[in-house]
Design a protein around this ligand. Structure first.
Ligand SMILES: Nc1nc2c(ncn2[C@@H]2O[C@H](COP(=O)(O)OP(=O)(O)OP(=O)(O)O)[C@@H](O)[C@H]2O)c(=O)[nH]1
Ligand SMILES: [Mg+2]
Length: 213
């Protein structure tokens, strides 16, 4: 073992003794446009008073991960301090023509697609190496069996990472949260509206349960 590694191990066990380990890093993952940034902003606003990053109707609004450190969340008698990471929506394909159809200039659309692709690669690497737990967000008006959902939840399960699944946008008429719960019965699914703030208390309960000590 190298001297550096030896010192690192000694220091981390010292921190363990004093209970001063780093807060768990919780990533909000899911397909583009499912409401991850809306949720990240609401959680950060509720517990720190500040928001985190831009939300928007066009997919791939978030193209670089954004982090808020030391967010302390309380539910009943449980208290947990986490770092929240809002990640770029993961898709198996990013098509710049989709942005042009929405009225974006071709050059801007190409740049957005390139940035989104880089952001996805970064988010996947974080998921494999730097994330301790996941809030997995799906739009409950959409098909839960999208390739991206089975792929990401497969990675999360193979790493034995604690996860909470959220069925978002339940305020919309064609939302079907049960569809998501039935598709992934191995996870706890919470129906929510990040936009309206419905069921936030259930989310905080799950965060305290799954990510607390
Ligand atoms: N009706 C409804 N709309 C929502 C809800 N949550 C988010 N939205 C809307 O969905 C769109 C996408 O929201 P974002 O929070 O930017 O989604 P995202 O998952 O961060 O998207 P990317 O960054 O592109 O991956 C925005 O227009 C939001 O206002 C919700 O609970 N209900
Ligand atoms: Mg976003």
């Amino acid at each position: 073992m190298s001297i550096m590694q030896n010192m690192k191990n000694k220091f981390s066990s010292l921190f363990d003794v004093f209970g001063e380990n780093e807060p768990k890093r919780i990533g909000i993952y899911g397909p583009p446009n499912s409401g991850k940034s809306t949720l990240a902003n609401r959680i950060c606003k509720d517990w720190t008073g500040e928001t985190l990053g831009a939300e928007g109707p066009m997919p791939h609004e978030t193209r670089r991960a954004k982090k808020r450190e030391n967010v302390t969340i309380e539910h009943n008698n449980s208290k947990v301090t986490i770092d929240i990471v809002d990640t770029p929506g993961v898709a198996t394909e990013v098509d710049d023509k989709e942005f042009v159809t929405e009225g974006m200039d071709e050059d801007v659309a190409k740049r957005r697609a390139r940035e989104a692709t880089e952001g996805i690669a970064e988010a996947m690497q974080w998921l494999r190496e730097d994330i301790d737990g996941v809030i997995y967000m799906m739009d409950s008006t959409q098909d839960p069996f999208k390739q991206v959902n089975t792929m990401l939840l497969g990675i999360i399960e193979s790493h034995n990472m604690p996860a909470v699944v959220l069925a978002n946008k339940i305020d919309l008429e064609d939302a079907d949260a049960k569809n998501i719960a039935d598709a992934f019965p191995q996870h706890t699914t919470v129906p929510v509206s990040a936009k309206k703030g419905d069921n936030m208390d259930d989310i905080y309960k799950q965060i305290a349960n799954k990510f607390g000590d």
